[in-house]
Every structure is written in C-alpha cells, then in structure tokens.
Ligand binder design. Structure first.
Ligand code: AMP
Length: 190
C-alpha cells in the first residue's frame, strides 16, 4: 500500500458517513465503512448478518474477532493499494492496534485521523431525523442512541489519543453547519 490512509472518527450522528461519501470522490480512494458492511450482511441475510443482527439493534459493538477479520479481508483487496478512507473502524484501541499491525505488514500506516466533533444534543436530533429518512432501527430508539454515544465516548474516543501518540496527523473538525461547510473544513486540513 503506497497511498495515504485516513480514518474518520466522530460520535454516531456526527455525519461521518455523509462526509466519507464526498471525500471518497474528492480523494479518489475507496471508502470502507464497517457499519455499511454489517448492514449489507443484514440485508442479504448472510450467516455473519444473522450473528450480528441483535448486536447492531442494541447499539453494541460487534466482537473484535468478527470485525477485524471482515476488515482484514476487505483491506486485502487491490483497490485500497492507493489509500483508503476508513469510517467506523477502528472502534476501540484493540482494533486500532490490529489495524496498525496489518498496515505495517504492508509497510503502510495511518496517515491522518479526522475527528468530526458535535455536541450530544445535536447528535440525538440528527439520528432521529436519519431514523425517519433511512429506516435505521438503531437510530430510532432513545436508549439505543444513548448506548451508542456512550460506547463511542468509552471505547472509540481513546483511539484518538492512541493516534496522537503515533506519526499520524490528528485533525479535529467542528461538525456543526451544512454538509458543504463541514466538507470544506475537512478538505482545508488534508
Ligand atoms: P455505524 O454505521 O458506523 O454507526 O455502525 C453501526 C453499527 O455497526 C454499530 O453500532 C456497531 O454495532 C456495528 N459496528 C460498526 N463498526 C464497528 C466496529 N468497528 N466494531 C464493532 N462494531 C461495529
């Protein structure tokens, strides 16, 4: 792998998926979302989909061995050779260390970590809107929303500190405003 690898972080509802789809075009590198991959398994009713259904519905994290293996396979495909934009992975420090190790095997590393920051009240409003628009059941239930936000703070945010201790550039971006404004803020930092 010779290109630059990016990670997109932020609490659920911060706009990671929306921004990732735009950045994929702008940077001409594939966007890999573990949440999208799991939802695709659910939709097509695979064995993996059946195993993770309840976990996604509850807003819990899928066990690392399942998630890491899915990511390892995805990152072995040729299209990521020129860089990748990961969205929703890693979600805890163990996954971050796993990612670092598989990239290191290819003499690659995480180049930049982009953290989209947004206040909790705004996250909840956005997720409720998304539940209506996209029919995501994990966005509809207030207890599940709360669980996902808390899981992000407890498990995923420490990944940012992990990358602050590496050669990766860590960039924090204000997620409030229009989609275009946030994209603009991110592109300025890349
Ligand atoms: P997302 O679309 O990124 O919000 O992910 C939706 C759901 O998929 C999460 O609430 C988790 O249940 C699961 N998921 C996505 N990415 C991961 C990951 N890296 N590790 C564990 N579970 C994940």
């Amino acid at each position: 792998m010779t290109g630059k690898n990016y990670l997109l972080f932020g609490p659920p509802g911060a706009g990671k998926g929306t921004q990732a789809k735009i950045l994929e075009q702008q940077l001409s590198i594939p966007h890999v979302s573990t949440g999208d991959m799991f939802r695709e398994h659910l939709k097509t009713g695979t064995e993996l989909g059946k195993r993770v259904k309840e976990i996604l519905a509850a807003g819990e994290l899928v066990p690392d061995e399942i998630t890491n293996e899915m990511v390892r396979q995805r990152l072995s495909l040729d299209d990521v050779a020129r860089g990748v934009l990961l969205d929703g992975f890693p979600r805890n420090v163990a996954q971050a260390k796993f990612l670092d190790s598989i990239l290191a095997e290819r003499e690659a590393s995480v180049g930049q970590v982009i953290v989209i920051e947004l206040a909790e009240s705004e996250l909840v409003t956005r997720m409720k809107g998304r539940a209506e628009k996209e029919g995501r059941t994990d966005d509809a239930d207030p207890a599940v929303i709360q669980n996902r936000i808390e899981t992000y703070r407890r498990e995923s945010e420490p990944c940012v500190a992990h990358y602050e201790g590496t050669a990766a550039v860590v960039t924090k971006v204000n997620g409030l405003g229009s989609i275009e404004e946030v994209t603009e803020r991110i592109l300025r930092e890349i």
